[in-house]
Write a protein that binds this ligand. Structure first.
Ligand SMILES: Nc1ncnc2c1ncn2[C@@H]1O[C@H](COP(=O)(O)OP(=O)(O)OP(=O)(O)O)[C@@H](O)[C@H]1O
Ligand SMILES: [Mg+2]
Length: 210
């Protein structure tokens, strides 16, 4: 999915948080979003995800304004994971259940992604009992399970050990290569952006720089 942002202005009270004249996030690529704390990265992600509608300007998805089918084909992985008080495997299968995929197929796809993420030991645990890093892994697995056309990631590996970062980066790359899904990832880790990203956007005080 290609994202185009035009004349985007976002305010909290009187304060301008975003001021973006023209920005395109290329289809099928992995784009990194970098910039200091408070520069507006999460705010921009929330707007693109359609969760924040309180802004001026236009955001288009393959040339269309946001609609039900676009919502269905994208997902945002939050900076702070939110999982249900249910088994990990049920959490991961949830986006498929929501999209009315049949039960047998859900079982197969959840099993497959649990294998890829090497989290077999977590699958029967209650998700609210996981550690911070474990939750982030499950959160990413849940986002990838339904092959979204647009994947928005807000610092997905901020609390993760090096071995698990390797697995998560491998799965993000695999997702992008295999499905050609578009990825927009916020990261403070320059090395990570070099490993993953085709393009970089630098945000500073709500403005795009290069
Ligand atoms: N709900 C809110 N009400 C008022 N101000 C907000 C709100 N959410 C964010 N802000 C402000 O908007 C600015 C941008 O915040 P945002 O969370 O987008 O930054 P960020 O680039 O994601 O930072 P970080 O790297 O720390 O995650 C900050 O100055 C923040 O204080
Ligand atoms: Mg943020």
């Amino acid at each position: 999915m290609e994202i185009s942002v035009k004349n985007l202005e976002k305010y909290y009270s009187e304060k301008q948080i975003l001021d973006i004249e023209d920005l395109v996030i290329e289809k099928g690529k992995i784009t990194g979003l970098i910039g200091p704390n408070g520069s507006g990265k999460s705010t921009l992600l929330n707007i693109i995800a359609g969760l924040d509608k309180d802004f001026y300007g236009v955001v288009k998805y393959d040339g269309e304004l946001i609609n039900k089918s676009i919502y269905k084909n994208m997902t945002l992985v939050f900076q702070k994971p939110y999982l249900f008080k249910k088994k990990v495997s049920e959490n991961i299968g949830y986006p498929l259940k929501l999209r009315k995929v049949d039960k047998e197929e859900i079982k197969i796809r959840v099993g497959e992604i649990i294998g890829r993420f090497e989290i077999e030991d977590l699958k029967d645990k209650k998700a609210h009992l996981l550690s911070g890093g474990e939750s982030q892994k499950v959160n990413l697995a849940r986002a990838l399970v339904f092959d979204p056309k647009l994947l928005l990631l807000d610092e997905p590996t901020s609390n993760i050990d090096p071995e698990s970062i390797k697995i998560m980066e491998r799965e993000i790359l695999r997702f992008n290569e295999e499905t050609k899904g578009t990825v927009l990832i916020v990261t403070h880790n320059i090395e990570q952006s070099k490993r993953l990203c085709d393009n970089l956007i630098y945000l500073d005080e709500g403005k795009v720089g290069f």
